[in-house]
Design a protein around this ligand. Structure first.
Ligand SMILES: Cc1cc2nc3c(=O)[nH]c(=O)nc-3n(C[C@H](O)[C@H](O)[C@H](O)COP(=O)(O)O)c2cc1C
Length: 197
């Protein structure tokens, strides 16, 4: 079982990367194969809505970070998507990544168009998490939903959604034992969901 983790933070060594590593450690200890990507290291253009992917069945408008990530997404049985909360939402890097997953949809010709996802070809699952500075859960805004809602029609069962509060300085989440334990358990739950355990 292959799990691809995606950090949507522009800070390569920030809280999102630290928590992603802990979730993937849980996956790995449960027998999954893991790899991690920081979107900070990739240039990902925002979707232009050109609809060329309808014809070409992938995004041919750009040759960018998504060109490298598309095969890894197809290959992975599961995704872990994590983002810092930016103004009650995910980062622009994560939003661009999610919007470019549009290239996996097939649409019918009538209006409104029916759609199906080529990622719904087999059992796929996901874990999502959002991490913010504030103490009030309301200050995470719509970040968790912005991660989980698009994944479902794409073909992923979202196994766990983890909200994380009170984290500002880069890497400070590494000092929060309870949060790390929750993250680790999310990784284990992801593998268990596949085995039906
Ligand atoms: C532009 C910007 C907007 C932010 N907006 C919020 C917010 O709406 N709610 C919140 O709790 N934290 C907010 N934060 C704080 C970050 O979510 C927090 O520092 C997080 O731990 C950063 O994660 P990282 O270290 O992985 O980059 C914001 C930070 C920045 C830079």
């Amino acid at each position: 079982m292959k799990v691809l983790g995606i950090s949507g933070s522009p800070r390569a060594r920030g809280n999102t990367a630290r928590l992603l590593a802990e979730i993937l450690r849980g996956v790995s200890d449960a027998g999954g194969e893991t790899s991690a990507v920081s979107l900070s290291g990739y240039t990902i253009e925002g979707c232009r809505g050109c609809e060329r992917c309808r014809r070409d069945l992938t995004c041919t408008r750009f040759n960018d970070g998504m060109t490298l990530l598309y095969p890894r997404i197809i290959d992975a049985d599961a995704l872990v998507l994590g983002s810092p909360v930016y103004h009650y939402n995910v980062t622009s890097q994560m939003k661009a990544f999610i919007d470019r997953l549009y290239a996996f949809y097939d649409f019918t010709d009538e209006r409104p168009r029916g759609y199906s996802s080529r990622l719904a070809d087999r059992e796929r699952k996901a874990v999502v998490f959002a991490i913010g500075e504030q103490a009030d859960p309301a200050d995470l805004g719509v970040a968790l939903e912005a991660l989980s809602l698009p994944l479902r029609p794409l073909g992923y069962e979202v196994v766990a959604e983890l909200p994380v509060l009170n984290c500002f300085e880069p890497g400070i989440v590494g000092e929060k034992r309870e949060v790390l334990e929750s993250a680790y358990r999310c990784g284990q739950a992801l593998v268990a969901a596949f085995s039906g355990a």
